[in-house]
Design a protein around this ligand. Structure first.
Ligand code: PLP
Length: 403
């Protein structure tokens, strides 16, 4: 007989980690599809476009030319230079290659950043709603995530008195994300300035996740590092190619940071993963230097889908939406429907709503509590217009049938 697994043999850190809800829900939807169901998934955190040909062709050339060995652990010099050019061109930021570390996606860059700055029990402020991985990554590094509440009712605006009230002598950093997953909010220059001043006042690091930078439909993207040199010196800017260039599987992200942080992060990486995939790094140079056209085309498609999604959701009773300005997600407030029932079964929370919608209408959404807000569901519009229209038609059928 197989012996029971002894959970005491696991590390304390691994036992406090929750699996990623977005990946769990996505897996459930994929399993239904594999079983032959016509599922419409609004779960996906990735664009549904192909990687542009010019990038794919570069990767094929690199393989054929045999450039398949290791690079420097912190990334290929030509890619670091291309990243510096991008930061100058798009963000008017001056960085030197030794301030850049290329990693296996923006997620890995954030993880490296936390490894570089967090001591046991250090506190990290995370605006709530948040991307699912931030609190877990903080915990994995021995730190304590401290959520600061933002309300959908006022467009997820910052209330700085709430931030001030959370600061202790253990507060080490704040993680910000604009354009935001899951809310779609794009931070204004004024908000960024106030966050920057807050961080300066309390001597905090700012981890600024800008991975959705290229997907902005209202307003413009501003990097917090642009606001002032004083703020830039405490900012670890994180970006990547996954979302903008439809390169999620290539796994290329990067940080731009004060030299000492980059040096330490490079060392951490040299003892954990070594360099990110060499072929993907070469292709990333082409993406950053030569793929602007595809990027603009993709962003325009997303803008149209955002508008379509908002128009269709407006027809669904009991669902209110906070207009997203960027990324490719909508947070829909469904709390008005709590207490109603479908064929005798009561909807108590966002988990019930998401499960019942998937069971009855085969529409997959992510419960908002995964992002810290249990009044919501998150719906990604990384699918075709037809799927958006059909998915929301089914959702309307479900909500219309509630008693
Ligand atoms: N940051 C945010 C806010 C995200 O939503 C995601 C992916 O969903 C990432 C980072 C990770 O991106 P990457 O594929 O570059 O690791």
């Amino acid at each position: 007989m197989k012996s029971e697994f002894d959970f005491n043999m696991l590390s304390k850190r691994s036992s406090v980690i929750k699996p990623s809800t977005t990946m769990l829900v996505d897996d459930q939807a994929k399993a239904l599809v594999a079983a032959g169901e016509d599922v419409i998934s609004f779960c996906a955190g990735e664009p549904d476009f192909p990687t542009p040909d010019i990038i794919k062709d570069k990767a094929i050339d690199i393989i054929k030319n045999g450039w398949t060995g290791y690079t420097s652990a912190s990334g290929l010099m030509s890619l670091k230079e291309a990243i510096c050019r991008k930061l100058k061109r798009d963000n008017n930021l001056n960085y030197a290659p030794e301030q850049i570390v290329v990693s296996n996606g923006a997620k890995h860059s954030i993880y490296n950043a936390l490894q570089a700055i967090i001591n046991e029990e250090d506190e990290v402020i995370i605006p709530n709603p948040f991307w699912v991985s931030y609190p877990e990554m903080v915990k994995l590094n021995g730190g304590k995530p401290v959520p600061v509440e933002l309300d959908g009712d006022d467009g997820f605006a910052y209330h700085f008195e709430r931030l001030e009230a959370l600061v202790t002598d253990k507060t080490k950093a704040i993680i910000i994300n604009s354009p935001n997953n899951p809310t779609g909010v794009v931070y204004s220059r004024e908000t960024l300035q106030m966050i920057g001043e807050f961080a300066c006042r309390h001597n905090l690091w700012i981890i600024s996740d800008e991975v959705y930078e290229k997907l902005v439909y209202d307003g413009t993207h501003v990097s917090i590092a642009e606001i002032s040199d004083e703020i830039k010196e405490r900012t670890i800017l994180v970006n990547g190619l996954s979302k903008a260039y439809s390169m999620t599987g290539w796994r290329i992200g990067y940080m731009a940071a004060p030299t000492e942080i980059a040096k330490v992060s490079g060392s951490i990486q040299s003892h954990s993963t070594s360099n990110p995939n060499t072929i993907a790094q070469h292709a990333a140079v082409t993406a950053l230097d030569d793929a602007e056209e595809a990027l603009t085309e993709y962003a325009e498609i997303f803008r149209k889908r955002r508008d379509l999604m908002l128009r269709e959701l407006d027809l669904v009773k009991g669902v209110t939406v906070i207009r997203p300005q960027g990324a490719f997600y909508v947070m829909a407030n469904i709390s008005e429907l709590y207490g109603k029932s479908y064929q005798g079964e009561i909807i108590n929370d966002c988990w019930d709503f998401a499960r019942m919608l998937l069971d009855t209408e085969k529409v997959a959404t992510v419960p908002g509590s995964a992002f810290g807000d249990d009044r919501m569901i998150r719906m990604a519009y990384a699918c075709s217009d037809e799927r958006i229209i059909e998915g929301i038609r089914r959702m309307k059928e479900f909500t219309d049938a509630l008693d």
